[in-house]
Design a protein around this ligand. Structure first.
Ligand SMILES: Cc1cc2nc3c(=O)[nH]c(=O)nc-3n(C[C@H](O)[C@H](O)[C@H](O)COP(=O)(O)OP(=O)(O)OC[C@H]3O[C@@H](n4cnc5c(N)ncnc54)[C@H](O)[C@@H]3O)c2cc1C
Ligand SMILES: *[C@@H]1O[C@H](CO)[C@@H](O)[C@H](O)[C@H]1NC(C)=O
Ligand SMILES: *[C@@H]1O[C@H](CO)[C@@H](O)[C@H](O)[C@H]1NC(C)=O
Ligand SMILES: *[C@@H]1O[C@H](CO)[C@@H](O)[C@H](O)[C@H]1NC(C)=O
Ligand SMILES: *[C@@H]1O[C@H](CO)[C@@H](O)[C@H](O)[C@H]1NC(C)=O
Length: 575
């Protein structure tokens, strides 16, 4: 018992005036409002948000926004917690070559124009949109290729009048696909449009929705979520060849799934790539700005470990943050009126007292291995079954699918068993770097300091590989065609760390629980967590959204939705 008392974190009134626990976030000052004056003082409604990814950040931002739009009298006070030392969750960048000139997305990298929350935020926060997400290799004839592990089944020619940059524009050019696939591309596009327009009703006709399940049923989207991508495409009259060669390549690069292992709606989401964009320098800036503009304080590097309901019906939070603990000794605790869990329950590792009546079911998540690296080498033609003189025929980026004879058998499997002979989901060339001449190096000194390395003169290609297992040194040496012998027969040692620096100048590996396996389903969990039969007790949950669609935007939509429900509830109480 004394352990739990010791480890109880005391969130202090005092902390309202203390600097935030990290350098990352400044407490924004809300202008003094009429309601803050003594005569009209209303009890502040305190909200804790657990998780500062797209969902939690959006909840914070929209709580503030909706409370102002609806002239809510009750002042809101928002505290946000995140385990990571940064805001953004699965949206974050690392610097290639440790050089701040080269930030690169490690997680979510693309959104689309119809993603209203992200699109509007990018505009409203004056962030620089970047429409060119990939910089094609200047010498490559093809921008994108689809490889089934045996041969390239599809390639798009590089079209760059503008300096070698592009965003795979050619890849979904219907006209070009027609000759090969007949009406399938058009049918796919039609099905995608229909599903997207139903989905967009979540932003207006059905907004806010108390039950995701109801909203899905009302829009009829359950016909898409309830069947596999394979079935939905068959029903739409889309031919098997187009489904396997084109659409499945997209479900693999986006969700590490073949068409038999993903539901129809998420499949169509993969084909809704019109107006693809990203934020220059990193998408995390959207969420960082959302938090800075709305939350009173953010505790980063801080995991919430326990949520306890008090006899008053408020919530006390415990965290693992030592600084918060010592700061709290002997001081008065602050409880929260509302708590929003903005992270998958199964990974959040939070205990509840009293226990939740029906905690969200554990669902399988994809283990996605993301490897970023730089190298002076281009992928070898021989790796893809091309001749030695065909270097320029290796597409700048390669996404993969299954060969026809394995498609049926592996189509609904997961992970390593689903990837097939290609062995990886995708290889993208992100950028061509010239560390010596790409403007001035502004970061900490590194081995790329101009005076020391001989690789400095050479072009470095920045690659990103998605795979269902960690990459080995042997794999990269075969792919890029350089001499390498693993230090021993022990697989453990055949790691990227063993590779010569002159061949792989920098690398960064990360395993994400990137998104759920989007298995067909028509049941979705609610936005509330319950400790008793009473529905509205101020305990909310965002991540049920992920089994419907897992994107930055849909998590942000869940956050916006819950924010609206909370503000409407407070408004009703006021009147
Ligand atoms: C490699 C990769 C590529 C992707 N590509 C795209 C893409 O191109 N486009 C797209 O839209 N989406 C993409 N996604 C999916 C997208 O990243 C997610 O859908 C989105 O980030 C989910 O947002 P969220 O806020 O629900 O969860 P998260 O982003 O996971 O945020 C949850 C946060 O909660 C924190 N947390 C968890 N438990 C606790 C605790 N106990 N206490 C405090 N904090 C806690 C976590 O640290 C995390 O920061 C990709 C994901 C990955 C990994
Ligand atoms: C987070 O914690 C790590 C290790 O405890 C520390 O090195 C880092 O500086 C902290 N970051 C922030 C932003 O507080
Ligand atoms: C986005 O901005 C447009 C135009 O300003 C507005 O009509 C729309 O409601 C906004 N949508 C969201 C989700 O913020
Ligand atoms: C979960 O939390 C418990 C107690 O708070 C801790 O001991 C354990 O290490 C945590 N597990 C993970 C996987 O984070
Ligand atoms: C989900 O929430 C709605 C509205 O609060 C409620 O009517 C419904 O019973 C809930 N469903 C479940 C499964 O808890």
């Amino acid at each position: 018992m004394h352990v739990s008392i010791l480890s109880r974190v005391l969130i202090l009134f005092l902390l309202h005036v203390l600097p935030i626990a990290t350098e990352h976030v400044l407490p924004p000052q809300r202008p003094l409002q009429k309601s803050d004056t003594a005569a009209t003082v209303k009890k502040t409604h305190r909200v804790a948000i657990i998780g500062a990814g797209p969902g939690g950040s959006s909840a914070s931002y929209h709580l503030d926004k909706f409370s102002r739009l609806s002239s809510l009298d009750t002042p809101l006070d928002i505290t946000i917690f995140d385990t990571n030392p940064y805001i953004g969750g699965r949206t974050t960048t690392v610097n290639a070559l440790e050089d701040p000139r080269y930030p690169v997305e490690l997680g979510a990298s693309i959104f689309v124009e119809i993603n209203h929350i992200l699109y509007n935020a990018t505009r409203d926060f004056d962030l620089t949109p970047s429409l060119k997400i990939y910089q094609a290799t200047p010498t490559a004839k093809y921008e994108l290729g689809i490889w089934d592990g045996v041969e390239f089944v599809f390639k798009t020619v590089r079209e760059d009048d503008d300096g070698g940059s592009s965003s795979w524009r050619g890849w979904w050019d219907i006209a070009k696909l027609l000759w090969k696939y007949g009406l399938s591309p058009i049918r796919t596009q039609r099905a995608t449009k229909a599903a997207i327009s139903s989905f967009l009703r979540f932003y207006d006709d059905y907004f806010p929705f108390t039950s995701l399940q109801d909203a899905v049923m009302k829009t009829g989207l359950d016909t898409y979520t309830g069947a596999t991508g394979k079935e939905v495409l068959e029903n739409a009259g889309v031919g098997g060849r187009f489904a396997r060669e084109i659409i499945q390549a997209s479900t693999r690069v986006n969700y590490a799934s073949n068409l038999g292992g993903i539901h129809g709606l998420e499949t169509l989401v993969c084909m809704a790539i019109e107006g693809a964009m990203a934020v220059h320098g990193g998408n995390w800036q959207i969420f960082d700005t959302m938090v800075k503009n709305s939350a009173q304080r953010a505790f980063l590097n801080t995991s919430v470990t326990h949520v306890e309901r008090t006899s008053k019906g408020t919530y006390l939070l415990q965290t693992d943050n030592e600084e918060l603990k010592s700061a709290g000794t002997g001081e008065q605790e602050v409880d929260f009126d509302t708590v929003i869990l903005a992270a998958p329950y199964q990974f959040a590792n939070i205990s509840f007292t009293p226990q939740l009546l029906s905690p969200p079911d554990k669902i399988p998540y994809v283990s996605l291995y993301v490897t970023l690296f730089t190298s002076p080498h281009r992928p070898m033609p021989a790796f893809f079954g091309l001749g030695d003189d065909e270097q320029d025929d290796v597409p700048s980026s390669i996404i993969t699918t299954l060969p026809e004879d394995l498609n049926e058998r592996l189509g609904s499997r997961h992970g390593v068993e689903a990837v097939g002979p290609s062995g990886f989901w995708s290889i993208s060339t992100l950028k061509v770097l010239h560390p010596e001449s790409d403007g001035r190096f502004a970061g900490p000194m590194s081995e790329f300091d101009s005076s020391t390395e001989e690789t400095e003169e050479s072009t470095q290609y920045l690659y990103k590989i998605f795979s269902p297992a960690p990459l080995t040194g042997s794999f990269l040496s075969e792919l890029l065609g350089f001499e390498y012998r693993p230090p021993s027969d022990d697989d453990e040692e055949d790691s990227l760390g063993s590779l010569p620096k002159k061949d792989v100048s920098w690398f960064y590996e990360k395993m994400w629980h990137s998104y759920p396996y989007e298995l067909p389903r028509t049941a979705f969990v609610n936005f509330t967590l319950q400790m008793d039969e009473d529905q509205d007790r101020g305990l909310y949950y965002l991540s049920g959204m992920e089994s419907f669609i897992s994107t930055m935007e849909t998590s942000a939509l869940a956050g916006m939705n819950v924010a609206k429900l909370i503000v409407e509830g407070l408004k009703t109480r006021e009147s």
